[in-house]
Design a protein around this ligand. Structure first.
Ligand code: HMG
Ligand code: MG
Length: 308
């Protein structure tokens, strides 16, 4: 058993990008600013070293993120944690800089249908917007991540061709994004389709430039992640409690739950540096504020075993 693990192509450690406070809470009922701050502060104590805390987007379009400036102002920052935000345009970047975000992320889609609904422009127009943003971010020495949505399917345009993902990921990296996060936004992917998409993309970019961002609508996210890990991906986006989804991908569930990823990694002997119990604590805290239980199997299992 040990020997086969040692010989496998799995990485020895992974980095987790915690997107719960943004991707999670953008698609849940509104919670108070204070609850978000408490949620992020708890996550900061868990060993997670990258937390996406908010989004500087139109408050009319995504009201749940309208208090991002206040959230950034009040969280208890740790020097070993990167606190990042989504920035769709220059205005968003300026707000993120004022708020003291350590890192920002631009976002576009491989598909035109989703892009038009999400950010009201074509893929080409979105890239044009990013040019000015990347230039200003570079002036301020702020690294920019690039999200690419609908890498498997688009809710409006149907199946996505892997070559399109590869080519756009390459373009975004060439423009200056230091990492490309590949989003199965609708969560319809299965391991073989993920493998095809990654295979095409890895022909253009090395694995260390990529991250896996898988929503769990059909319950395939962990299987898809296992596939991605075997192909050398070692940055995983996940959302504590399995919260969220995207307002412009109707019916899409939240990201794979952080605690479920931690449990998988623990079982595979992959180092994460994160305390699963502290993440589970944060999951129950924020879900309590939302009057629901975490969708995460691990959060539920650990709570049940603790109450025995
Ligand atoms: P626009 O719709 O093209 O139009 O905005 P606009 O530029 O004329 O602006 C419209 C309104 O937004 C105006 O306000 C602007 O002032 C305001 P109004 O005059 O009507 O009162 N505005 C802003 N407000 C705050 N911050 C800004 C900003 N920019 C303009 N930075 C825009 C384009 C992208 C801003 C808009 O369409 C928008 O905010 N869309 C929401 C996008 C969003 O947050 N989607 C969810 C996150 S993406 C996601 O979840 C996918 C991901 O997780 C990966 C995956 O799973 O695949 C990342
Ligand atoms: Mg997402």
């Amino acid at each position: 058993m040990h020997a086969s693990l040692a010989n496998s192509s799995l990485p020895s450690q992974v980095s987790i990008v915690e997107v719960g406070p943004r991707d999670g809470l953008q698609n849940e009922a509104a919670v108070s600013t204070q609850s978000k701050i408490e949620f992020i502060d708890r996550l900061s104590l868990s060993g997670l070293n990258h937390i996406e805390c908010g989004a500087f987007v139109s408050a009319e379009r995504v009201p749940q993120m309208a208090d991002s400036t206040q959230v950034f102002a009040a969280i208890q920052r740790r020097s070993d944690v990167c606190y990042s935000a989504l920035t769709p345009n220059l205005r968003g970047l300026e707000a993120a800089i004022d708020a003291g975000a350590n890192r920002v992320a631009v976002f576009t889609s491989v598909s035109e249908g989703f892009n038009q609904r999400n950010i009201h422009c074509s893929v080409a127009e979105s890239l044009k917007r990013f040019e000015a943003l990347l230039a200003l971010a570079s002036k301020h020495h702020i690294p920019v991540r690039g999200y690419l949505s609908c890498v498997v399917d688009c809710p409006y345009d149907g199946a996505t061709h892997p070559q399109k993902v590869a080519s756009l990921a390459h373009t975004m990296a060439q423009m200056g994004c230091d990492q490309i996060s590949l989003g199965d936004t609708v969560g319809t992917g299965t391991p073989v389709r993920i493998a095809r998409m990654l295979d095409a993309t890895l022909n253009h970019l090395p694995a260390h430039k990529l991250a896996a961002h898988f929503h769990d609508t059909y319950g395939q996210a962990l299987a898809n992640l296992y596939q991605a890990l075997q192909m050398g991906i070692h940055v995983i986006d996940s959302s504590t409690g399995g919260l969220g989804g995207c307002p412009y991908a109707k019916g899409a569930a939240g990201n794979v739950a952080t605690e479920d990823v931690l449990y998988l990694c623990q079982g595979l002997g992959i180092e994460t540096g994160v305390d699963i119990h502290k993440v589970v604590d944060a999951a129950w805290y924020i879900c309590g504020r939302l009057h629901k239980s975490p969708t995460s199997k691990v959060s539920n299992a650990l709570k049940n075993s603790a109450s025995d």
